[in-house]
Design a protein around this ligand. Structure first.
Ligand code: F0G
Length: 427
């Protein structure tokens, strides 16, 4: 990257035509060509080791924003931000469970559990940056369309900032925990007759007309925060890159953010090799996987159907930048059936980790690629679990009953005692 001293710390650039906008331009898309915007930062004036030491020092130090797993990377997230709206968020664990090594056939699969964020999903990492920017701009209100997690996160951070929030979700296709959060945190929540793709079109149109700040993942500030999933896991691994990073993919904002994180981490010398991204879609909502099979010759759209409602998306908004992420990382895109997603979820749940259905797609995808020999048994893989088990309690219960491992029947006292007796006797 060429260093120009007349640059501000951060500016926006169109991913399509290269048009540049100042950091405080609130428009959702490039005014010249309608392309998506991305943030560019003046590179930090530090060596690799100094930068790593700065991240480490912030992690060790004190309360609030510096301890956030997002803002400790602020030099490469939003260096100019002064007052940040932080819960704090991030600092999620890297877990290892032997049951999942057996399930995937790998020798040591690590799980980056983003369900440990304050509202229970990775969205908090993007939202702390997005709402911080909304406040910097003096936004009168913020809005998003969502399959549930973005809206829960937006609602929480908007409440913290004291900015009104408006969310549009597809009626009948949002998991209970997420809907409850959005309402409880006080967002004006509209249940729209239509799918997520229709909600996104609607909110984009409405926010342009009403001057409401749009905080879907087409917003470039969101992606800067989500990059820190990758930065934090690399830091946890001592900046030794794994061979693969697997993640579930829907609207493709996170895939795009991961690609940007890897490109920048490599550019700054934080890592000396680039892990391969594995983006995993539900087979009923897999336009990106279909695109991958013909080297992304055309942009695909489908009518989405999957019980993993978080990724029930047929027309992903961040398509082009996700294509870049897969190409840059020599990555792979897979589709897994709902049966494979729920089978993986049962194993993740039953080893005490737990996640929501969409999150299990990453582990299901790793298993499929390991079976096909695309991931070698000795390769080091980190699978991202994007959301907490309690996000979707109905799915968690259904998965247990379907697996014959539990029962929804209620028992009398005597029946319960008899049942316990049988369990203890091992029958
Ligand atoms: N996993 C979970 C739990 C999600 O909620 C989402 C997206 C994804 C994976 C996929 O990420 O869209 O960046 O490819 N949820 C959005 C929402 C769409 O509205 O909460 P993506």
């Amino acid at each position: 990257m060429k260093f120009r001293t007349d640059r501000p710390p951060t500016w926006q650039a169109c991913g399509e035509c290269g048009n540049e906008l100042p950091v405080n331009d609130a428009r959702a898309r490039c005014p010249v060509c309608g392309g998506l915007l991305e943030l560019q930062h003046r590179p930090p004036d530090l060596t690799r080791d100094q930068l790593i030491e700065r991240f480490n020092t912030r992690q060790r130090r004190g309360l609030d924003a510096p301890a956030s797993g997002v803002w400790r990377f602020r030099d490469v997230v939003l260096p100019g931000a002064e007052r940040v709206i932080s819960h704090p968020e991030g600092n999620t664990p890297l877990l290892h469970r032997e049951a999942l090594d057996r399930y995937t056939g790998l020798s040591r699969l690590l799980l980056k559990h983003e369900g440990h964020n304050p509202t229970g999903s990775f969205k908090d990492r993007g939202m702390t940056v997005g709402v911080t920017q909304a406040v910097r701009l003096g936004a009168a209100a913020v809005a998003c369309a969502s399959t549930g997690n973005t809206s829960a996160s937006l609602a929480a951070y908007a409440a913290q900032a004291g900015v009104p929030a408006l969310v549009l979700v597809p009626a009948g296709n949002v998991a209970l925990g997420k809907l409850a959060q959005s309402l409880a945190y006080g967002a004006r929540t509209l249940l729209v007759r239509g799918d997520f793709d229709a909600c996104l079109r609607l909110v984009e149109e409405a926010s342009a007309k009403l001057g409401v700040y749009l905080l879907n993942s087409i917003n470039p500030f969101r992606l800067e925060g989500q990059k820190t999933i990758v930065l934090e896991l690399l830091q946890q691994l001592g900046w030794e890159a794994p061979d693969w990073i697997a993640l579930p993919a829907g609207n493709l904002g996170n895939t795009a953010a991961f690609g940007k994180a890897l490109r920048e981490a490599h550019g700054l010398g934080l890592i000396d090799r680039v892990p391969r991204l594995l983006a995993v879609q539900a087979a009923g909502a897999a336009p990106f996987a279909a695109g991958f099979s013909d080297d992304f010759a055309t942009r695909r759209r489908v009518r989405a159907e999957t019980a993993a409602t978080a990724i029930r998306i047929g027309d992903p908004a961040s398509w082009d930048r996700a294509v870049d992420a897969i190409r840059f990382s020599n990555g792979y895109v897979a589709a897994v059936s709902d049966a494979e997603i729920f089978a993986a979820k049962r194993v993740i749940d039953s080893c005490g980790v737990g996640c929501e259905p969409a999150s299990a797609a990453s582990v299901a995808g790793v298993r499929v690629l390991a079976e096909r020999g695309i991931i070698g048994a000795g390769e080091r893989v980190v699978a991202v679990l994007t959301g907490h088990l309690l996000k979707d309690p109905d799915a968690a219960l259904a998965a247990r009953v379907a697996g014959g491992l539990g029962s929804e029947e209620s028992l009398t006292r005597d029946e319960a005692l008899a049942h316990l007796g049988r369990v203890l006797a091992g029958s």
